[in-house]
Design a protein around this ligand. Structure first.
Ligand SMILES: Nc1ncnc2c1ncn2[C@@H]1O[C@H](COP(=O)(O)OP(=O)(O)OP(=O)(O)O)[C@@H](O)[C@H]1O
Ligand SMILES: [Mg+2]
Length: 370
């Protein structure tokens, strides 16, 4: 069902991502070592990843790094292994269907204990991530396939203390021919910084990496998505309501899905459904945004307010922020503030003009500063 609010797990439920699906499929068929899927919040990264990996037929493990970070505040190796163990336990059938005896594989990886009920982390063994990757790789080679290790929201791997994942990924890139690492990230600039793709002194610099950018739906795609979703539910909604939703939610698949869910599944009326999207969605967005702006909250809020009031260029925004906060800001400091918002995907810069990426951020900021 298109209006299912969880990440999709089947390709048939994934609306209009053929190009990205093909790219991912091709990348695995070609045996590429590293794939990055970028895209703003709620655009459908997890859905693309899960649906493809569930159906492509490669053995894989998927780790939700954001979940680990949110639960623990940092990301240790044991946290990763725990997630892997949980993933394997709940996907035993998947591996069986593919004809892979995953328990045999895990018996070799001493970090895991295989029991009658499932797979657990072996607490007494201290194993490097690289050794685990090597076991996955060797096993895949023996089975004439690829093993995929996917890190959803990989930028949170930067909170893993001394373990340097950019180095591990580069090592795997060079040494493990049957392993593909896929990472996703909604904070595009943060993920690039973390992987140090643009740093000549860093391990991954200069290597070919497959980069897939998931964009918003166009107004036409959004309209089709809504129509198809309501069709599935056996309902129709009037064109002017569809037009309003398309206009207000700016092609962000997650918000369109949420609207469809409230209106089509929960049967709230059009107006209430749209309001609820703004209420729940902006709450979700603000939880993260508050952390990003915390170091200089007043200034960041003033920047966002300036953009909402129609300032789009560096100078206009700066003038507004200095007026609003009654302080002068050095040019470089101001540029750094803007850059950070771009890096985290809060605003985007197009031809020297700044724009807020998500109408729900606009909504949330209006509520704070009014
Ligand atoms: N192409 C699509 N077809 C159908 N539903 C989609 C599509 N893309 C996203 N969705 C829906 O939108 C919501 C957000 O999708 P998903 O969780 O995959 O996005 P995300 O980019 O991983 O979000 P986040 O940044 O919050 O992790 C989910 O309800 C999902 O079902
Ligand atoms: Mg996600």
């Amino acid at each position: 069902m298109l209006f299912d609010i969880r990440p999709k797990t089947q390709l048939k439920d994934l609306f209009d991502r053929e190009k990205e699906i093909d790219e991912l499929r091709q990348s695995l068929e070609l045996g590429e070592p590293l794939v990055i899927i970028y895209g703003m919040r709620r655009v459908g990264k997890t859905s693309l990843l899960r649906a493809c990996l569930n159906e492509f037929g490669y053995p894989y493990v998927l780790i939700d790094v954001r979940e680990i970070f949110e639960e623990h505040g940092y990301v240790t190796r044991s946290h990763l292994y725990e997630q892997m163990a949980r993933f394997f336990t709940s996907n035993l059938e998947f591996f069986e269907k593919l004809g892979f005896r995953i328990k045999d594989l895990l018996k070799r990886a001493k970090a895991f204990q295989v029991s009658g009920i499932g797979i657990e982390v072996n607490p007494s063994v201290n194993v490097d991530v690289t050794s685990i990757f090597r076991i996955f790789n060797d096993w895949a080679r023996g089975h004439n396939t690829r093993f995929v290790v996917a890190f959803d929201e990989a930028q949170y791997l930067r909170f893993s203390g001394a373990t340097r994942y950019d180095g591990i990924f580069a090592w795997s890139y060079d040494n493990l021919e049957n392993l593909t690492i896929i990472v996703t990230g909604s904070e595009v600039g943060v993920l690039r910084d973390f992987l140090k793709l643009d740093n000549p002194k860093a391990p991954l610099y200069g290597r070919y990496v497959r980069e897939i950018l998931l964009g918003k739906f166009t107004p036409e795609q959004s309209r089709e998505f809504l129509k198809e979703g309501f069709n599935e539910l056996g309902t129709n909604i009037p064109d002017h309501e569809i037009d309003e939703v398309v206009d207000k939610l700016d092609g962000i698949p997650g918000w369109l899905t949420l609207y469809g869910y409230y209106h089509g599944v929960q049967k709230l009326d059009h107006r209430r459904a749209l309001e609820k999207v703004f209420e729940t969605g902006s709450k979700l967005i603000m939880e993260e945004l508050e952390k990003i702006i915390a170091p200089s909250r007043q200034r960041y809020l003033a920047i966002l307010e300036a953009i909402i009031h129609g300032a789009t260029r560096w100078t206009q925004i700066k003038t507004y922020v200095e007026y609003r906060t009654r302080t002068r800001i050095a040019d470089k400091n101001f540029t750094d503030l803007l850059k950070k918002l771009v890096k985290y995907g809060v605003i985007e810069k197009q031809e020297d003009q700044y724009k807020i990426t998500d109408p729900l951020i606009v909504h949330a900021i209006k509520a704070i500063v009014s």
